[in-house]
Ligand binder design. Structure first.
Ligand SMILES: [Zn+2]
Ligand SMILES: [Zn+2]
Length: 331
């Protein structure tokens, strides 16, 4: 029986790989046919040693942004102290296998960004300039918008795009297979924010980027990206017992996001917000009990969980988790 199952699993993996290879070939062929500029850019990038450069730059970034980054140490320390002071789950250790596994996702994220996500954003930009730029509306100059209003609009548009993408990641089974990895964490911690499969970007990036391209609004940068898009999700993924009082009506909180990660069926498909909770109030997906702190995780018994593993096994397990979306479904 086991052997039969292994055979089925292998067959499933092969068929998934064929589907992905087929899609990749279609994308490449259509890029050659319809957008030679983009294709030439990508070929030039690879001939120019893009992969080697990306890996080298990522290693440099890791040294600068992780090893010698006092802000990272201070913020991590502050969040860990908060976790000791007011934990949502008192039984969870601060340095659990879940924490170790998510830290590996955090480091892996630097490489995946450089090797896959930056070329993907370039491809989206190329596709936009090739096919969609003629439909663009210069909203800031059309409405004579001041810079601050343009920035606010950019923040709201990207946040709504991220919210919508998140809803689709839950509703479309193909996308859920990637997103389930983020939800598999039973020991929520500040690095769970990095536990995202690159497949999540398939829908997440276009829905955040295309509206800004279409309205010719620059991407929000500066303090918003450094604090709200980088540190804020780390804070609300931590093992913290707080609902931020009245701020919960505007912002996602550790309590509301824990409901989103809940293993209980009655909490499913609630609290999709990324930074702002306003979209969940508007579209009726906000869970209105602000004092519940449920257990988290997913129901798939075959997920390669890190629970019970030693720290030495975590890098190998990271690879198993990366491959999880392509494995046989036994739900
Ligand atoms: Zn989710
Ligand atoms: Zn989350």
């Amino acid at each position: 029986m086991k052997r039969k199952h292994r055979f089925l699993a292998t067959r499933w993996l092969i068929s998934q790989l064929f589907v992905i290879a087929g899609i990749a070939i279609l994308v490449v062929l259509s890029a050659i046919r319809y957008a030679p500029g983009i294709f030439e850019t990508i070929v030039a990038m690879s001939q120019d040693g893009y992969i080697a450069k990306a890996i080298w730059n990522t290693c440099r970034e890791l040294v600068k942004d992780v090893v010698f980054n006092p802000v990272l140490y201070l913020m991590v320390l502050a969040i860990l102290v908060l976790e000791l002071w007011m934990p949502a789950n008192k039984k969870q250790k601060v340095f659990s296998p879940g924490f170790g596994q998510d830290f590996i996702w955090f480091i892996g994220d630097f490489f995946l960004k450089a090797l896959l996500l930056i070329p993907f954003v370039m491809l989206l930009r190329g596709l936009h300039s090739q096919f969609l730029s003629q439909f663009s509306i210069n909203l800031p100059s059309l409405l004579h918008l001041p810079k601050l209003v343009t920035l606010t609009l950019a923040i709201l548009i990207t946040d709504f795009g991220a919210w919508l993408a998140h809803v689709l990641q839950h509703k479309i089974p193909f996308l859920w297979r990637f997103h389930a990895i983020h939800h598999s964490q039973c020991e929520m911690n500040l690095f769970t924010d990095a536990r995202f499969h690159f497949g999540d970007a398939l829908i997440g990036y276009p829905l955040q980027i295309f509206p800004l391209y279409w309205l010719l609004i620059p991407l929000p940068q500066g303090i918003y990206y450094i604090f709200f898009r980088t540190w804020y999700p780390r804070l609300y993924h931590a093992n913290l017992r707080t609902n931020f009082g009245f701020l919960r009506y505007v912002l996602v909180t550790p309590q509301s996001h824990r409901i989103h990660h809940s293993i209980e069926v009655r909490h499913f498909d609630k609290n999709f917000g990324i930074v702002f909770s306003i979209w969940d109030y508007i579209f009726g997906t906000q869970h209105r009990d602000f004092h519940e702190y449920p257990d988290t995780g997913i129901h798939d018994q075959n997920f390669p969980t890190e629970n019970g593993l030693s720290f030495w096994c975590l890098p190998k397990n990271y690879v198993s988790q990366l491959l999880y979306p392509f494995r046989l479904s036994r739900d």
